[in-house]
Each structure stands twice: as C-alpha cells, then as structure tokens.
Design a protein around this ligand. Structure first.
Ligand SMILES: [Zn+2]
Length: 89
C-alpha cells in the first residue's frame, strides 16, 4: 500500500514537471519589411501592342528619364525606333 502512494506521488511530480516544460507559444511580432523596390513604369500598357505591361513584363526601355515596360523585346525595339510616336506629351 505504501508503494502505491509513492508511485502516485512520483507520477504527479513527473506530470507537474512535464506541464512546466511545455513550451510557451511566443507571439513574435513579424517585422514586415516590404521594401522591395518595384519599378514604376511610365506606361500602364504596352504602347506597341497595347498589352497590360504590369502583369507580364519582359523588357523595359528608358526614354526621357522614364521607364517603359514592354511585353517583348520586339515591342521594345519598335518603341525605340520611334519613341516620340508612342509617347504622348
Ligand atoms: Zn507588346
């Protein structure tokens, strides 16, 4: 009978220790640093083929300190041939 008491005591002690060892869930603040330098394009769409450039950009060209996006190198080359034709203002 005495041994059962000891066993129960040991069991409860081990359980207590187990409970104390349970790792606490730390609520770490995520440092969201979204400082990704996304290039702002002067054009919302490809001036050559009028495709939306922001979604699918393949090539870019700089004209008068402005970056223009194009869907392909072909469109960029076309733009570079006559940029004034495609750039308004
Ligand atoms: Zn294009």
């Amino acid at each position: 009978m005495k041994s059962k008491i000891i066993l129960t005591t040991l069991l409860s002690v081990s359980l207590m220790a187990c409970a104390q060892e349970t790792p606490k869930v730390k609520h770490k603040k995520k440092s969201v640093s979204s400082t990704s330098d996304k290039v702002r394009f002067a054009n919302a769409e490809d001036p050559i083929c009028h495709m939306k450039t922001e979604a699918d950009m393949k090539d870019t060209a700089v004209y008068k300190n402005k970056t223009y996006g194009f869907c392909s190198t072909y469109c960029k080359d076309e733009f570079k041939k006559h940029p004034e034709k495609y750039v308004q203002k």
